[in-house]
Write a protein of this length. Structure first.
Length: 589
């Protein structure tokens, strides 16, 4: 059933109107199955969720908060797999005002968390691995999944690559600069051809503070990464390592891509410093024709950059041991877009161009620790907040979500960021040579869509006339592709930018339906939509619904929604949902 106003699209569902409300919405013929909620058991011994009396010990065994990146690893390992596998989920951050009674609204709750509440929040960060299966049409966690895992802000990790052991990574607790406790603010992510998952530390600056942020020897570097004296999460009141006056190097141990093996719950996660330190939104891979692995990454900040990393050696499917440290050696590059539709990938290599001692770089370790400053010196193109960067498996183009940039002034416009006061964001395509040579130093680029409501939002533009009622989107954040190469775009920020709920939109990427986005999912009040993942056989859309009820005056006692339970004794709960067709068919068709 094609919509008359959106003819030419291969999509077969009726787009949703731009509603907002306490509950989420899917198109006719689809249903939502709630799969994992904050507080659901993950590990043996997890107590029943009791939000009024939550403890760090309980939280360490339960599903964490603010689910973001989603990935699916089939079981048994090594098979293409059916509808049984390991769900990997990032837990980006916490909303104490909605997690604990009596803290007031978000503003008040920031400063009054107790030591135990801080520890609970630390246990609610990180990632979860949960065995899931679909039986009789319904997705559910497998009870007692033996590969289940929780990773938290205290999980022991190894640091590898050019910054491992660097003097700026050494602390009192780790004089070697090679071991770190925990991971923070993992937003989106990616995976590797050798079956590991990559999770991306984004706004790590929210956790570090103290007077020394502006007075210490590293003050300029702290500033470039957005550290402030009084951070969003003032954990330093109870956990000294977050005070840069006491541990000036601790923030340098965050802002990395972390790799782990989801099939081995005992494996130690590794921070791969060769991929650079910045506010990593995600890290998705593509393969160059010669087998080298290319990791695309966005640095989610206004006027920051799009990066890629190309491994030094090809991936060898027959040599699992040889692949294990493939991400430790290679070339980190940053994009310079030209107004003529071409772009150059500039290597961040110590000793080349401005990346020398004259500018304070004495090693590749220095370059990756201050990747942002290195990219500044190379003349990378400041973008409108690069979020997900992901390759379409069908047409080989790389899609860059540029979520918004209200600070883009008319005198700073360029062709890849052409809109002043860009509140709705846009998406562009990078086209590698031959639509496949992801390792190349050059590429072409095109605008895919300029988000916003056509006719209302200045500069909104899609390939053809997108349905003014149901099709347009605002603030593209993460994306996924189905096996037909159609793009599914999740949004973050539409309630502010466009006064509509965030959602998930689908569109063709080629042909008559190119960029004709259509609204597939409407998030509940206060939530953004993360982790879009098209499940096995294109029969499921998995979504991570993050921070339901996150509104200025929301509290534990009086949240703006109680999604998904809608029980008076339950606060809103960030949850992973599975959206399936009631007839079991292919989604979107
Ligand atoms: Fe965590 Fe850039 O969104
Ligand atoms: Ca995101
Ligand atoms: Ca994605
Ligand atoms: Ca975002």
């Amino acid at each position: 059933a094609q919509l008359p106003t959106e003819g030419g699209s291969t999509l077969g569902f009726h787009g949703l109107p731009h509603s907002s409300g306490p509950d989420s919405v899917v198109p006719e013929g689809y249903e939502i199955q709630t799969l994992m909620r904050w507080g659901d058991p993950v590990l043996p011994g997890a107590p029943a969720f009791d939000p009024a009396n939550q403890t760090p010990e309980a939280q360490a065994l339960q599903f964490g908060y603010n689910n973001d990146y989603l990935d699916f690893f089939p079981l048994p390992k090594g098979t293409k797999g059916g509808e049984h596998g390991l769900l990997v989920v990032n837990h980006e951050y916490t909303n104490p005002e909605l997690m604990f009674p009596g803290l007031g609204n978000a503003r008040a709750a920031r400063t009054c968390s107790t030591a135990a509440q801080v520890r609970t929040q630390m246990m609610a960060h990180g990632a979860s691995v949960v065995e899931i299966r679909r039986e009789n049409g319904r997705w559910a966690p497998v009870a007692g999944g033996t590969m289940n895992r929780r990773i938290t802000a205290e999980t022991a990790m190894r640091i590898s690559g050019p910054a491992a052991g660097h003097e700026r990574l050494r602390t009192a607790a780790d004089p070697t600069g090679t071991r770190v406790l925990g991971t923070l603010n993992n937003c989106a992510g990616g995976n590797t051809p050798w079956g590991t998952v990559l999770i991306a530390e984004e706004n790590f600056n929210y956790y570090f503070g103290g007077e020394a942020v502006t007075t210490g020897a590293q003050a300029a570097a702290y500033k470039r990464y957005g550290l402030v004296r009084d951070p969003q999460f003032p954990w330093l009141r109870h956990e000294p390592r977050f005070d840069v006056g006491l541990e000036p190097n601790e923030p340098n141990r965050f802002g990395w891509v972390v790799e782990f093996d989801p099939y081995d719950p005992d494996s130690q996660p590794v921070k791969r410093t060769a991929l650079g330190r910045f506010k990593h939104e995600g890290c998705t891979h593509a393969l160059a024709p010669d087998g080298r692995v290319v990791i695309y990454m966005g640095d989610d900040e206004r006027f920051d950059y799009v990066y890629k990393f190309v491994t030094a050696r090809p991936w060898n499917p027959g040599d699992p041991a040889g692949n294990r440290d493939l991400l430790d050696n290679g070339t980190l590059m940053v994009a310079r877009f030209h107004d003529d539709g071409t772009l150059d990938w500039l290597p961040l290599t110590y000793g080349e161009g401005p990346l020398t001692e004259a500018n304070g770089f004495r090693s590749q370790g220095d370059v990756v620790i201050e990747a942002r400053r290195a990219a500044d010196l190379l003349g990378a193109t400041p973008m409108d907040r690069p979020e997900d960067v992901e390759t379409n498996p069908v047409n080989g183009r790389v899609y860059v979500m540029l979520t918004n940039n209200g600070s883009r002034r008319p005198d700073r416009l360029d062709a890849p960021n052409p809109r002043p006061n860009n509140h709705h964001g846009h998406a562009l395509e990078i086209i590698p040579p031959g639509n496949c040579d992801h390792a190349a130093r050059t590429a072409r680029w095109e605008i895919f869509l300029m988000a916003g409501q056509p006719g209302t939002s200045a500069g909104a533009a899609y390939h053809r006339a997108v349905g003014a009622e149901s099709g347009w989107l605002s603030c593209p954040d993460n994306c996924a592709f189905d096996s037909k190469g159609r793009i599914w775009i999740a949004t973050d920020g539409a309630p502010t930018a466009a006064k509509v709920a965030d959602g998930l939109y689908a569109a063709d990427t080629d042909g008559e339906g190119r960029a004709l986005t259509r609204r597939f999912y409407a998030a509940p009040q206060g939530a953004e939509v993360c982790g879009p993942l098209i499940g096995p056989g294109d029969r499921t859309v998995f979504l991570a619904v993050q921070h339901p009820g996150e509104d200025a005056e929301s509290t534990f006692e009086n949240p703006s929604t109680r999604w998904p339970d809608f029980r008076p004794d339950m606060p809103p709960r960030p949850s992973v949902i599975a959206i399936v067709r009631k007839d079991g068919g292919v989604v979107g068709s």
